[in-house]
Design a protein around this ligand. Sequence first.
Ligand code: SF4
Length: 471
Amino acid sequence: MNIFNAVPSTYAVPKKADPWQRVGDWLFRHRTHIQVLQWIVVGFYLALLIVPLLLPLPDRTATIWNNTIRFAQFMFWGIWWPFVILGTALVGRMWCGLLCPEGSLSEFASRHGRGGAIPKWLQWSGWPTAAFALTTLYGQMTSVYQYPKPAALILGGSTVAAIAVGYAYGRNKRVWCRYLCPVGGVFALLSKLAPLHFRVEPVLWRLSQERGEKPGAIDCAPLVAIKTMRGASDCHMCGRCSGFRGAITLARRSPSHEIIHVAGVTPKPAETVLILAGLMGLAVGAFHWSASPWFIAANQRLAEFLIEAGWVAPLEITLPWWILTNYPERNDVLTLADGGLLVGYVLGTAAAAAVLLSAALALAVRCLGQWDVRRFHHLAQTLIPLAGAGLFLGLSAMTVTQLRSDGVVIPYVAELRAFLLCLAAAWSAYLGWRVGGLYCRSAVARIGAMLCLSSAWAIAVSGWVLFFWLW
Ligand code: SF4
């Protein structure tokens, strides 16, 4: 039996245009206004990236209110990242389709570029996961959150690559966003939780075709196969297809619908790696290491070992700022030993999380019946609420810290963090129960699977409990 044939449809045809449908149609009609907005964002983004490079590093009395570098840091890491992550879970990838400066520049370059065919190697599904891992690790090695030069190198490098790819491939398309963007994979996961999506009604589409209507082609920049689109992962919510053949509308849906009924149709190993090793492992290690007593203890042991062995070079060698943090004037320098340990800590966290979480998922799969790879990947998708909440909490910790250092204290932060973690764990539990029910009717087997999954939730939550409450 194909369990996905029995999917309850969200595709009920609305009797009259609801407010969301009107929003979708508004986006369709106001593309020029959206383009103006996009160029304003591009200008703001480039200013935040370039102006700090021309200024001296701030002293300890500088605040986000009186220093451009501190302001740019706060905008990038305290506002932009955490709230784009949160926004994607709330309204889908509207950031990508309506505001992202990199996407706008890539599409602009594509409009005036070579228009080449997209090569096969570029379409590898693992690029977003690999790019996320590399940029996260490199960002930690160069202290991207603290200094303008690595921020310009990583963000600016990504923007230059996006423009180059746009210029080389596709016509009026966002090939970079579709296949290569380092955060595209994360956005694709989080958008599955969004209670809004562009809904495609196949029956209305077919009727329009049968009536002989010829509305022309849709200019879908991220190259979505719109006619068969069932989820929000690939859609950038730009609204350019709203109303097409009377079959596409911006509409509400249950925020659990896509993970339960769509995410299991096609197994996506790259997404599983991104969830388990990336968001719940590598990203956690990247947030943890500078606060971790384990890292400090390991660093001391390593230093003692190297001194006893008479091999002190790794404790003395430093590298240029674009390889390892090197700001002696700020007393902030990572030696080769520090850098090696940092990389080891982050990658070790990713490996440990991947092994432990995979084991928990594999046991849950077996509780539900025979070993089944598709079920394994589907159960991994139920962890997206916890993975996304962890990423938001880690990023928003910078918002809280930056504001607090400038005298702005956000009340009830600990309570809000605990609430968000509990909510995400409960949501993952609900998804695990519902997805388990697709594969097995036995309540005992489903409870067994839930017990296995609960160890995955505990691993995810404990990482943040250590970071926020125990260290
Ligand atoms: S399917 Fe394509 S054209 Fe339609 S809203 Fe999504 S990104 Fe835009």
